[in-house]
Design a protein around this ligand. Structure first.
Ligand code: TYD
Length: 133
């Protein structure tokens, strides 16, 4: 779990509204090849429930808040994300579950590669098998 890190992005504070930005390589450890976002999230919804073989991601609570639980096959840790100027870096081989979304929340994901279904673990047992090699 040591390779998970909470990244803090620059903030330009302004009475008209604050602004944050993310540049590679100063603020994020990989080149961004894809951005996606989850919104209009139903009350009580659970997202994630998968792992990635090679993909690296940074998850940012662009609006509102949610909980992100990471599991490396040995240890599980839950992070409550609610600051839009911070993002959680998730290395490869990490199972993730997202829940407890606040009403109107938006989850932004920066990813190191384009969408590839073959990079997913959709079954927790398959993930554990590969973790334990
Ligand atoms: P999934 O990654 O399972 O969503 P989440 O982790 O948020 O619960 O993806 C949901 C669906 O969207 C799945 O059918 C694949 C599709 N999808 C894409 O086509 N491109 C993408 O970049 C992503 C992230 C998902």
């Amino acid at each position: 779990m040591n390779n998970i890190s909470l990244l803090t992005f620059p903030q330009i504070k302004d009475p008209r509204g604050n602004l944050s930005f993310i540049e590679y390589p100063q603020h994020i450890p990989f080149e961004i090849k894809r951005i996606y976002y989850i919104y209009d999230i139903s009350e009580g919804a659970e997202r994630g429930a998968h792992g990635h073989k090679k993909l690296e991601q940074v998850i940012i609570p662009l609006s509102g808040s949610f909980d992100l639980t990471l599991d490396d096959g040995h240890t599980r840790k839950t992070f409550s994300l609610k600051k839009p100027w911070q993002g959680l870096y998730i290395p490869p081989m990490m199972w993730r579950d997202l829940n407890n979304f606040s009403s109107g929340s938006v989850c932004l994901v920066l990813a190191s590669d384009v969408y590839k279904e073959e990079d997913y673990y959709r079954d927790y047992k398959d993930f554990l098998n590969d973790v334990n090699g």
